[in-house]
Design a protein around this ligand. Structure first.
Ligand code: HEC
Ligand SMILES: [Cu+2]
Length: 346
């Protein structure tokens, strides 16, 4: 049997070569597709802009070094190649000027790279500007909690911030190390037990920015995603108003009304906080007080619609490997009622 490697060498005609290079080419071209939601190359904040600037600067230095070194190598290979009957080229030992030159040049290049790098590091970890919006970020296996201490809001997986206003994140973990990464807004920042890490940025455009946990943290690490919704000032104010208003109260007799009742006497209250249900004060899972207003559930993994909500509440681990919300044995009508109630809480 001939293996594919020998075929390349036996039949080096254009067609069979193409067969091997085509997939590589297609992959390469796919990598250039435009709409990357998690690209560091499309910064949308001061912090991400600074990183992008740094990256581009270092890229040009590296390109210059590459061209110079490879060029010198090519010249040497061609000019001093062995020729039939040719003499040996002149042998050089201990050329002081050359050695000083190639020590100082890289050192200088490193200085040009180090100065802006160190400045960017200090700028991104420094104290937040006064007047910044403070948000406490808590990483959990496998979802993100966002608390606004000055506004009295706690939510999950979807961080709302106003555009053009500095945001100061104070970051912790409830369990293992996670890493907060929303590439278009900021560089990665680990959350580590026993300490508070900080991250400050000012978003410069309105929109939804995707991010995810960037430090392996267990079974559903890949399913620990998040969104940052950068709102206009009035959009943010409206969101804050909805989060802090009195919890909506379902009409008596409605399905949602029934759902509130079921929720209040189910295991849910052992893990969840829900403003409309006074006995639900636990903080093991996400705060569900305004869960109906979120676009996604379960670490940004599923759209927040009836079907997904229903399947999630019935059996979360079946949808998200290792999910720390157990399978719930609810009667179908109780499940429908809870879903209706949660959806009304927005
Ligand atoms: C043992 C604790 C526990 C119990 C009991 C529990 N949950 Fe959860 N719940 C969690 C955890 C943990 C998560 C986050 C899981 C994840 O995203 O990985 C969660 C997530 C959720 C979410 C998604 C919220 C979001 O914004 O992503 C909903 C909705 C939910 N639970 C509803 C319920 C309901 C309704 C019940 C009762 C029938 C219930 N839970 C019982 C722990 C629990
Ligand atoms: Cu994680």
């Amino acid at each position: 049997m001939r293996d594919s490697a020998t075929v390349i060498f036996e039949a080096p005609d254009a067609v069979s070569r193409l067969r091997y290079w085509l997939p590589v080419l297609v992959l390469g071209i796919l990598a250039c597709a435009g709409d990357y939601q998690q690209s560091t190359l499309h910064p949308a904040s001061d912090f991400a802009g600074r990183l992008d600037h740094l990256f581009r600067g270092i890229f040009w230095w590296a390109l210059g070094v590459f061209v110079l070194v490879e060029g010198a190598l090519l010249v040497a290979i061609i000019r001093f190649r062995r020729r039939p009957g040719g003499d040996q080229p002149r042998q050089v030992h201990g050329h002081t000027a050359l050695e000083i030159g190639w020590t100082i040049a890289p050192a200088l290049i490193l200085v040009f790279i180090a100065v802006p790098t160190i400045r960017a590091i200090f700028a991104s970890t420094g104290a937040a500007t006064p007047g910044a919006l403070r948000v406490e970020v808590v990483g959990h296996q496998w979802w993100w909690e966002f608390r606004y201490p000055e506004l009295g809001i706690t939510t999950a997986n979807e961080l709302h911030v106003p555009v053009s206003r500095p945001v100061a994140l104070e970051m912790q973990t409830a369990d293992v190390i996670h890493s907060f990464w929303v590439p278009r807004l900021a560089g990665k920042r680990d959350v580590i037990a026993g300490r508070v890490n900080r991250l400050a940025f000012t978003a410069d455009s309105v929109g939804t920015f995707l991010g995810q946990c960037a430090e392996y943290c267990g079974e559903s690490h890949a399913n620990m995603r998040m969104r940052v919704m950068v709102d206009t000032d009035s959009g943010f104010a409206a969101w804050v108003d909805r989060q802090t208003a009195e919890p909506p109260s379902p009409d008596s007799g409605s399905l949602a009304f029934q759902g509130r009742d079921v929720f209040g006497r189910s295991a849910c209250i052992g893990c969840h906080m829900l403003d409309g249900v006074p006995v639900a004060r636990a903080q093991v899972g996400p705060n569900l007080s305004r869960v109906g207003g979120r676009a996604t559930i379960a670490g940004g993994l599923f759209p927040n619609d009836t079907e997904h909500l229903r399947r999630w509440i019935a059996n979360a681990p079946a949808m998200k490997p290792g999910a720390l919300m157990p399978q719930m044995d609810l009667a179908a009508e109780d499940l429908d009622a809870i879903v209706a109630y949660l959806q009304s809480m927005k």
